[in-house]
Design a protein around this ligand. Structure first.
Ligand code: AMP
Ligand code: MG
Length: 295
């Protein structure tokens, strides 16, 4: 940062001691294994303070999102893409519901990526991703993403190592291309702990209203926890770039994970420096025409 604001939280970000982007960024040498997944990096406050901050910043996010939408509607090319990754139960769905739920759904383009369909599997793995990129003015949200192609694919050995090895560089190049077309990519790893995941899976099993969310395959992935953590570490090492860094959000406290993603989005949108578009409109003339329609 060169504007003299480095180290200072965004204006109005109550409770943050440094910008969320700074507190959560996975820079060179970042070590995922040493992260305390119940910690709240950058935020100095408890759950109640977090809830209050979330509501306050949600209102800011909502205005920024409308500005982005207006920008897109008036010929602007900017958009934002939130990429959400994390182990099962890490809270990706909760972020979509509680963070993106604070803004106008018209401006959000949500896409969840599951096991590729036969048609998708017949294409290059980035094709379905490309097709889902946000249009100008939108906040795109990926619930899982092209990173599955170096996560589950690597751990489960769905393709030979020689094939997934090249994907890290390919993904970096792809994201550079996306950024060059006006999309700010915000990549978030929701890092839940092994213990907390067990508690969440148990809760799903104990609640009939959550059974629809339970996937027996989640236990298989859990059985390869260490390998997944290694695969995530490789993702951070090889794809956290200055232009599209990874943010690692400790996810054992849901309130913090949601607050952190809210703040990351606010900071990303503020970074676009958007203003309300100036529209060439004869306001007085239009008001006169409106008056003329009244009896
Ligand atoms: P969920 O997010 O719970 O709906 O689960 C989606 C599932 O799809 C997860 O088990 C992912 O690992 C899996 N998945 C997503 N992308 C891919 C991919 N490219 N190849 C294989 N499996 C994938
Ligand atoms: Mg699942």
């Amino acid at each position: 940062m060169t504007d003299g604001t480095a180290g200072r939280p965004a204006p109005g970000a109550v409770g943050w001691t440094v910008p969320a982007a700074e507190a959560l960024r996975a820079g060179p040498g970042y070590d995922l294994a040493s992260l305390d997944r119940r910690s709240t990096p950058g935020f100095d406050g408890d759950k109640d303070a977090g809830r209050a901050a979330m509501q306050q910043r949600g209102e800011v996010l909502s205005v920024l999102q409308e500005q982005l939408y207006a920008h897109g509607r008036t010929g602007g090319d900017r958009s934002v893409l939130l990429v959400l990754q994390g182990m099962d139960t890490a809270g990706k769905g909760g972020v979509v519901r509680h963070v993106l739920g604070m803004v106008d759904p018209q401006g959000v383009a949500l896409r969840a990526f599951g096991v590729p369909t036969p048609a998708e599997a017949a294409q290059h793995y980035l094709e379905r991703i490309r097709a889902a990129l946000p249009a100008p003015g939108r906040i795109g949200v990926f619930d899982r993403s092209h990173y599955e192609d170096v996560l589950v694919v690597r751990v489960e050995e769905l393709v030979p190592v020689a094939q997934w090895e090249g994907r890290y560089d390919e993904i970096v190049a792809f994201e550079e291309e996306v950024a060059a077309r006006g999309t700010t990519v915000v990549k978030v790893l929701l890092a839940v702990s092994y213990e907390e995941q067990a508690a969440r899976l148990r809760r799903r099993l104990e609640r009939p209203d959550k059974h629809w969310k339970y996937d027996p395959a989640d236990i298989d992935a859990r059985g390869r926890w260490g390998e997944y953590q290694e695969a995530y570490q490789a993702v951070l090492d090889r794809t956290s770039t200055p232009g599209a860094p990874w943010y690692v959000v400790p996810a054992d406290r849901k309130w913090f994970a949601r607050l952190a993603v809210t703040e990351l989005l606010v900071e990303a949108l503020e970074g676009l420096g958007l203003t309300w578009p100036e529209v060439d409109l004869d306001v007085a003339g239009e008001l006169a025409r409106l008056e003329a329609t009244l009896p």
